[in-house]
Design a protein around this ligand. Structure first.
Ligand code: 6PG
Length: 247
């Protein structure tokens, strides 16, 4: 595994512009080589501004009809719920692009969690033509960072951090939306590229624990992200990087 690359931008707006530029670049590269770009979206609030830029300023920079959209995790709520990760991406980006329904592979948050996890696993197996024991390989997986150092819905102390066989699992976590479906570490670590998007002073301590803390993925789940063959880039604004020793 290559060392994570850190790119520190002056402020959140610069981070979102740089993220959109990188995503558009990787999309063009993948579409040129494979006629398709498989993009795993992150939830939460941080990526919203990046998604809006992709749909507006970068709308003509990507052949959006060649993009397949997936999610790293989902809250177990209906898609029109304000807390839905699909709903956030739909409002900020997907609804503004001319996409076919078959390009959207959302996690069905409205269904019972275990059922939604299994259905998402089947959707991923079908989309990537996976055999038994195989994992999807996203061209790019976007990852956010919780202030408790969680990634996707892999929260501190949760057994899902050590899941090695399932593609997606239902979890109950200590967060406003307790029930969620999340991709597992072997899936995220099978990505060709993982891009963390982290902004704000409130994430500085989590960034320091993830990157400079003692190795302990149970306490700091972001540390489980270590793609075997892929690259990891951390896009940080100066505020989120402010507690790092080496910047
Ligand atoms: C979720 C996300 C989660 C998120 C972090 C950061 O469903 O909540 O997938 O992993 O990326 O919690 O969230 P913010 O961007 O809102 O700080």
């Amino acid at each position: 595994m290559s060392e994570p690359e850190l790119i520190i931008l002056d402020d959140a707006q610069s981070l979102h512009v740089h993220a959109a530029e990188e995503i558009a670049h990787f999309a063009g590269e993948a579409i040129c080589m494979h006629a398709e770009f498989t993009l795993c979206l992150s939830g939460g609030s941080t990526p919203a501004a990046t998604y809006e830029l992709l749909a507006e300023r970068f709308r003509l920079s990507v052949d959006w009809k060649a993009v397949q959209f997936f999610w790293g995790d989902e809250r177990c709520v209906p898609p029109d719920d304000p807390a839905s990760n699909f709903g956030m991406a739909h409002r900020t980006m997907l609804s503004r692009l001319d996409l076919r329904p078959d390009q959207i592979h959302r996690i069905r948050g409205e269904d019972p969690p275990a059922q939604a996890a299994r259905a998402y696993e089947e959707e991923l197996r079908a989309s990537f033509g996976l055999g038994e024991g195989e994992f999807p390989c996203f061209n790019l997986a976007l990852i956010g960072l919780g202030d408790n150092v969680h990634v996707a819905s892999l929260f501190p102390g949760h057994p899902a951090i050590h899941e090695r066989e399932r593609i997606a699992v239902a979890v109950e976590v200590d967060a406003p939306q307790r029930h969620r479906v999340t991709l597992t570490p072997p899936v995220l670590n099978n990505s060709a590229r993982v891009m963390f998007l982290v902004a704000g002073e409130d994430k500085a301590a989590a960034v320091k624990r993830a990157l400079e803390g003692p190795r302990d993925p149970d306490r700091f789940p972001a540390q489980i992200i270590a793609p075997v063959h892929g690259e990891v880039v951390w896009l940080l604004d100066r505020a989120a990087a402010s507690q790092l020793s080496h910047t």
